[in-house]
Write a protein that binds this ligand. Structure first.
Ligand code: EPZ
Length: 441
């Protein structure tokens, strides 16, 4: 759903109340679509959200000859029978700012012996390097050549299992190993893996296709390469990041939101923090009800980390709620070096937030001595006043929406199209929850 004017005018101060339904996780569905390339037969993926990141991957699959059809809402049929090489220009035209093209490499090298990736984008939350990915692919035997408009890869002697030890439990690099190792010759051992629920769901998918993958207690993932994978039929895991975003919106607007499809097990760490802030939640079989306690919110000290820690994607929406807590909260962002750009707009609206280069509130992290403002101190309670805001990135953008909804007065929020990258029909959801706003343009 493209937003015509890309700007919405929000009249804040009204609690969000009602029910919204989640679809599959953006950060699983996009990878599951890529995994279909590995199958000799078609795949079916259910609970696919209508978001632009999914449309980008559909476009990329299309230029590679993979037929993607959808005869009912949220269900994709992916047929990789005629997968073929694509021109760099076509890939670039479809990739937009997505980082997904890097994950096409393993599957395309297996199917075609070559792959191209244009220079990549992604939200501006750090320089988003792909060094771990390129190193991993080289270890499998890929030849990586830098070209003027991107990178060309080939696998003259095929891809062979290898021992990988990631310098940081990167989600993307873990997925790179999985998507390459399942059809490589021999065994691959991955140390330092990320084990987010989205990655475990990708492993479920690969196992359905015929892969042999074990995840040991010490988080070592071993993959035995097989010489054939078939298509899968899978219903995607729910979107934890969207669930956490609406939960934070309920707190910040003093509201009450039932998030259909949210499950406790994958939200455990978030639910603990939500309760410590003072939020109330009720776990039901078909979702989770998140609501404001009607009393003062409490400050907390949070350190983001890989799973099962507090996800980096959860801190931005929660920071808005923390501006209303009585006291001083600290958020130490240890996954991305520059993920507090969104707080500038909150300060303009009246929040008291300072960012620091030091590792505050927890253990020293890899950004401590490198001049990155990666710790935030939030003092409250403060009242936010409406302002004109330009959305910087996906999660920061959703936080700006929440801030405008919880502020007194009117805010004009522009560049909101970015939010539809990861939040399906968020305009309709805001209407369902009683938000007072007007779409411009
Ligand atoms: C995935 O990004 C998610 N995106 C991110 O969600 C999420 O925040 C992140 O994982 C962490 O959970 C998708 O799945 C599409 P990483 P990814 O590799 O895989 C560094 C959202 O809003 N790194 O785990 O790119 C990197 O710079 C998005 O939905 C390297 O140095 O994240 C970062 O500091 C935002 N070299 C850290 O690792 C590499 O080659 C973690 O990145 C790769 C990563």
């Amino acid at each position: 759903m493209g937003l015509k004017g890309d700007t919405i005018t929000i009249h804040g101060g009204r609690p969000l109340r009602g029910r919204i339904e989640l679809k599959g996780a953006k950060n699983l569905v996009t990878k599951a679509m890529v995994a279909a390339i590995l199958g000799e037969t078609p795949s079916v993926l259910r609970d696919v959200p209508d978001i632009s990141d999914v449309r980008v991957v559909r476009g990329l699959l299309d230029v590679h000859g993979v037929k993607v059809t959808s005869d009912e809402e949220g269900v994709l049929h992916l047929d990789p029978s005629n997968v073929e090489s694509a021109h760099m220009a076509d890939i670039d035209a479809h990739a937009g700012s997505s980082r997904i093209p890097i994950l096409f490499c393993g599957p395309l090298l297996h199917r075609l012996g070559e792959a191209f990736i244009p220079d990549l984008g992604g939200c501006r939350i750090g320089d988003r390097p792909i060094d771990y990915h390129l190193e991993v692919l080289r270890q499998f035997g890929a030849v990586v050549e830098k070209q003027p408009s991107g990178i060309r890869m080939s696998a003259p002697n095929g891809l062979k299992g290898t021992k990988v030890h990631l310098p940081y439990p990167s989600v993307g690099a873990t997925e790179q190993v999985l998507l390459t190792a399942v059809r490589a010759e021999g065994i691959t051992e991955l140390r330092g893996a990320a084990i987010e629920p989205e990655i475990m769901d990708l492993i479920n998918i690969l196992q359905k296709m015929g892969a042999i993958i074990t995840v040991d207690t010490d988080r070592v993932i071993r993959i035995e390469g097989v010489d054939r994978l078939d298509g899968y039929s899978h219903t995607a895991l729910f979107d934890r990041n969207e669930a956490a975003s609406w939960a934070a919106a309920a707190l910040a607007t003093e509201g009450d939101i039932f998030v259909g499809g949210a499950r406790q097990a994958e939200m455990l760490t978030f639910l603990n923090v939500f309760r410590k802030v003072g939020g109330k939640f009720d776990i039901a079989d078909d979702g989770i009800r998140f609501y404001h306690p009607g009393t003062q919110l409490n400050p907390v000290i949070i350190e983001t980390d890989v799973h099962p820690g507090f996800m980096t994607d959860w801190q931005q929406p929660l920071v808005v709620a923390l501006t209303k807590a009585k006291g001083v909260s600290i958020v130490h962002e240890t996954v991305y070096e520059q993920r507090f750009g969104f707080v500038d707009a909150l300060v303009e609206m009246g929040a008291t937030i300072q960012v620091h280069k030091e590792c505050l509130g927890g253990q020293a992290c890899r950004f401590g001595q490198r001049n990155f403002n990666h710790s935030a101190v939030i003092s409250g309670p403060t009242h936010l006043r409406g302002a004109d805001i330009v959305v910087p990135d996906l999660r920061g953008g959703f936080s700006h929406l929440i801030a405008a909804l919880s502020a007194e007065g009117t805010s004009r929020v522009s560049n909101v199209g970015i939010i539809s990258r990861g939040y399906e029909n968020f305009i309709a959801k805001l209407e369902q929850l009683g938000a007072d706003f007007v779409l411009e343009g």
